[in-house]
Design a protein around this ligand. Structure first.
Ligand code: NAG
Ligand code: NAG
Ligand code: NAG
Ligand code: NAG
Ligand code: NAG
Ligand code: NAG
Ligand code: NAG
Ligand code: NAG
Ligand code: NAG
Ligand code: NAG
Length: 862
């Protein structure tokens, strides 16, 4: 019996369902009736035809309710539920959910016998969803399947979490949160699913390059089957709840999606700096030495992280009295805070089942654990680092209270600035609940298996949550709900949550950030980090990074140098390493890595206001900071097909990382625009195919180029700052990338950098800088406040010290300031012009504050 079932499961794993197989020549077995068209959508009843029964053993749902809503002009929702019984639905918190209707940008039609649904984008008549009546459709407890077909070729993006190329090859992609060390998923193994679940896709039309997207809002173990002209979702439960985003540009889809799930949480100012971590800082003196070495080598640092090494017997929140005596920890953390740096400890999902652990005692008293389905009133015990451990049931409202209380208790012990929530897939070293594993696999009878059996290294999927909901439904939501609960701890203190989580689900970005988990110290994984950050940016989690220099296995000098150059351009930049690998701190390979680290971290600091301003705007509007160049230049599909060879930071900067061993330069492709070297101002003459050879030195800086028409703010003290806090007390320079008759624009957001909700509450200062070429003798630079909600504190960003012009074709002669309509005041500025390099500089001394309402008039020699 046991063997037979295992064989069936094995077969389930081996058979690769393709869209055509799933269709099996059968048409949709449901018919629509009672179709009602309203201004806000369409509703209908779908009835199963008994004659179509696939197998007498299937528990098909015979009556479905179809509810299509015109959410807004760019978004349509298709919900299909069991008309008679309720089924599991993801507990969503999309707070800004309003139905605004269809303004004709899309058109939805349904057909009745058999059921069909088609959504067409009216601007170009593209089919963006097509539930073709001639395709198989199923709706029962463990096999919920629908396919959308297209009458053109498609490139499918998204569908996380996995390690993959940006465009997913045709194949089958599993989604079920899984602690797995970074297999590469090309759609063939069905076992490439990792920590997070994001059933969000973007499709780029192969013919036109236009885009649309969809979110299949379902948390059950599932697969997406990507065909050349079709996309199917097959889930083991829940309901069909599908949101479609009509595009038509890729970045439109991103914004439309973020509008639904909510924009991401604001990040603390410090968190955009440089972070050092490793598993293997065995005692406080080692951790202290890391801090000391940063000082010794003159390197800036913003976050020092503590992995499970700090714990006593791997118990969350409890310091090892021998290796991490509390007094010594406090002393180090006090020193960190005093020098503008921060301490971030890890907290794993499992609470050690130790009857003298106060966190276990309280959780047991409060009844907040996920429970064992086979024993009355006992928790489902899993096995993780501390051995037996229990897990929080996030459906139980007391679990959130418990978690906030636990973090408060922990804060009284140690002044952490953020928390790192790990192992929250939720990961388990054994299958099911400890002691109840023998018949586990046999009891999970499924008609098909989404990749590996879902009980493997999970809590028993029969384990129970509040109201009898099972782990079968809740599993992939753990990391998201845990992070959301942890965020409340910070929000209650009015500070911004800084939570780094390994697992996530749609909506996660509203509370927390994420990193890409256990990668390998290999060149290919450095490149995969770019697609990972692209994807999570789309998923609404812009504060992303990968372990710089790699986690598993030994890194080497060249790889670590290149990765540091690239990694300092991640929004979240952390060097992190595993326990058994050779050290990879900045000093670990001698002066060459040290120099690259110093230059690269300081380069990130130089751009802090650019990064921070973007992250703050994204927290209000959605969108991505670190994104494919294709998003900005959607007419050039080569940028999509070669997505990782460059990336953009906002609209102004393009970065070309060096992803290959043993080279010092490479032919590099640029989008069609006017580009200048960010560091030197050199204009880049592109070849006929928009390529140019770029030197890629190491030690040295990564290639960054800036597009004409933008103003980039730079903090002047980046070469002296030892933490990002120091950059708040710096003058600012503006790099103005001009050109004949070209207007340049940029803005900066200033605020206290730490209070929760500053953007939403208007507690920030936004200044827009705009440069106009007036005529051949005069140019104007205007400073305009767009928001007044913050006053710079004493010493904060005192002056704009320097204006640096790239593409400057005349010599500045004199500068005047016009403040609120008054007579021009002469500013005794120093000026410089290099005709050959087309660079001008104007040193303004202390005449212009960054938020003055003013216009500068720049007079040129002619
Ligand atoms: C239904 O299940 C029974 C027992 O598992 C099996 O013997 C039978 O062949 C199945 N029937 C069909 C039509 O699949
Ligand atoms: C259809 O779904 C919308 C939400 O998208 C909901 O507001 C509405 O009540 C539903 N209609 C019916 C008849 O259930
Ligand atoms: C809610 O959505 C509306 C319409 O899209 C938008 O104007 C508003 O700013 C949103 N509010 C929040 C808090 O996101
Ligand atoms: C969709 O198209 C049909 C037929 O072309 C038209 O009758 C209908 O009004 C359109 N509906 C919407 C919502 O635009
Ligand atoms: C803790 O600090 C004390 C006093 O500075 C020192 O003597 C002791 O060695 C430290 N303990 C560890 C484990 O580093
Ligand atoms: C600190 O730097 C010294 C000198 O390079 C080195 O010997 C030591 O191992 C470093 N400590 C750590 C924890 O990296
Ligand atoms: C456990 O609960 C007690 C009583 O509410 C509380 O005093 C204590 O701080 C809690 N301990 C922890 C570790 O949360
Ligand atoms: C772990 O839990 C199981 C089942 O409750 C128990 O049999 C076992 O003794 C526990 N192990 C430890 C080390 O406590
Ligand atoms: C970019 O993509 C195009 C089309 O696939 C290909 O021909 C070209 O060689 C690629 N360029 C690079 C730099 O990979
Ligand atoms: C440029 O504009 C200024 C101010 O409007 C004007 O005084 C000056 O004559 C103009 N110069 C030319 C060459 O048009």
């Amino acid at each position: 019996m046991g063997r037979l079932s295992s064989i069936i499961i094995l077969l389930g794993c081996l058979i690769l369902p393709s869209a055509s197989m799933l269709n099996q020549g059968k048409s949709n077995p449901y018919d629509l009736s009672n179709i009602i068209y309203t201004t806000s959508g369409i509703t209908a009843t779908a009835t199963y035809h008994l004659g179509n029964l696939q197998s007498a053993n299937e528990t098909v749902i015979t009556k479905l309710f179809l509810n299509i809503t015109y959410d807004n002009p760019q978004r349509v929702r298709i919900r299909i539920t069991d008309q008679q019984n309720s089924r599991f639905e993801v507990p969503y918190d999309f707070t800004n959910y309003t139905i605004q209707g269809n303004l004709g940008l899309y058109n939805v039609t349904v057909s009745d016998n058999p059921m069909g649904i088609q959504v067409i984008r009216t601007s170009d008549n593209r089919v963006i969803f097509n539930l073709d009546p001639s395709n198989w459709f199923s709706y029962d407890d463990q096999d919920l399947l629908f396919t959308s077909t297209f009458n053109y070729g498609i490139n499918v993006l998204g569908l996380g979490e996995r390690i993959s190329s940006f465009i997913l090859p045709t194949g089958t992609y599993t989604m079920w949160a899984r602690d797995r060390q970074s297999p590469v998923d090309n759609g063939q193994s069905q076992e490439g699913n990792m920590y997070s679940v994001h059933p969000f896709y973007m499709i780029i039309d192969e013919d036109t390059g236009s885009a649309f997207g969809g979110l299949f809002y379902n948390a059950n173990a599932m697969q997406a089957i990507v065909g050349p002209q079709s996309l199917s979702f097959r889930s083991t439960g829940g309901i069909i709840d599908l949101w479609l985003f009509i595009g038509p540009a890729p970045e439109d889809v991103v914004f439309q999606y973020h509008q639904l799930i909510g924009p991401p949480v604001e990040v603390p100012y410090w968190s955009l700096g440089w972070h050092q971590s490793r598993w293997g800082y065995r005692n406080i003196s080692m951790l202290t030495q890391v801090y000391d070495n940063y000082t010794l080598y003159g390197l800036p640092l913003d976050g020092l992280w503590n992995d499970i090494d700090y714990m006593s017997a791997f118990e969350d929140f409890i310091y090892d009295p021998v290796n991490y005596p509390m007094n010594n920890v406090t002393q180090l953390v006090d020193t960190l805070l005093a020098t503008g740096k921060n301490y971030i400890p890890i907290v794993d999902a499992g609470i050690a089942q130790n009857i003298s652990d106060p966190y276990y005692i309280n959780g047991t008293n409060q009844g907040v654990w996920i429970m064992n389905p086979y024993v009355q009133s006992a928790p489902c015990v899993g096995k993780v680092w501390p051995g037996n451990a229990t897990f929080l049931d996030w459906l139980n409202p007391d679990a959130q209270t418990y978690w906030v209380k636990a973090l408060n208790t922990f804060q009284q012990l140690v002044s952490f600035s953020g928390v790192w929530v790990d192992m929250n897939e939720v990961s388990n070293f054994v299958n099911g609940c400890v002691g109840y594993q023998t018949t586990l696999i046999n009891n999970l009878t499924m008609p098909w298996t989404p990749g590996q059996d879902i009980n493997v290294e999970s809590l028993d999927v029969a384990a129970t949550h509040a109201n009898g909901v099972t782990e079968y439904n809740m599993h992939s939501l753990y990391g998201y709900l845990e992070s959301k609960a942890a965020a409340q701890y910070f929000i209650q203190k009015q500070t911004r949550p800084f939570i780094l989580s390994r697992s996530s689900f749609p909506g996660h970005g509203k509370w927390a950030s994420k990193w890409l988990g256990d990668n390998f110290s290999q060149w290919s994984y450095m490149e995969y980090s770019i697609t990972g950050i692209f994807n999570f940016g789309m998923f609404g989690i812009p504060m992303m990074g990968a372990d710089i220099c790699g986690f598993l296995g030994n890194t080497n000098l060249e790889l670590c140098s290149r990765w540091t150059q690239l990694g300092t351009m991640y929004p979240f930049s952390r060097n992190h390493n595993e326990d058994e690998s050779i050290p990879q701190e900045p000093w670990a390979f001698g002066p060459l890595l040290l120099e690259t680290n110093n230059l690269s971290i300081r380069n990130k600091y130089m751009l802090q206001l650019y990064f921070y301003t973007h992250m703050m705007k994204i927290s209000l509007e959605g969108g991505q900071l670190f994104k494919p160049a294709y998003w900005e230049y959607p007419n050039d599909m080569n940028l999509l097909y070669n997505a990782t060879t460059s990336f953009m930071l906002g609209k102004a900067l393009i970065v070309h990382p060096c992803l290959w061993y043993g080279i010092t330069g490479s032919t590099s492709f640029f989008p069609d625009d006017m580009w200048y070297d960010l560091y030197t101002g050199e204009y880049i003459f592109l070849d006929y195919d928009n390529s140019v050879y770029l030197d890629m030195p190491w030690p040295g800086l990564i290639n960054i180029h800036v597009a004409q028409g933008f103003i980039i703010p730079i903090v002047d003290n980046y070469n002296n700052a030892m933490s990002l806090r120091d950059t708040r007390y710096s003058n600012i320079s503006l790099i103005i990338v001009q050109g004949p008759g070209v207007e340049a624009i940029g803005s900066v957001i200033f605020d206290d950098g730490s209070t929760y909700g500053n953007m939403a509450n208007g507690n920030y200062l936004e200044v827009e800088y705009q440069f106009f070429s007036h005529n051949s003798t005069f140019d104007y630079l205007t400073l305009q406040q767009l928001s007044y909600g913050y006053s710079r504190q004493t010493g904060e960003w005192p002056y704009i010290s320097t204006l640096i012009f790239y593409g400057c074709t005349a010599a500045p002669e004199s500068v005047y300031k016009l403040s609120s309509g008054m007579i021009p005041t002469f500013i005794p500025a120093n000026v410089y012009w290099s005709a050959e390099d087309m660079i001008c500089k104007i040193w303004l001394k202390n005449y212009l504050q960054p938020d003055e309402m003013a216009t500068l008039l720049i007079d040129y020699f002619i």
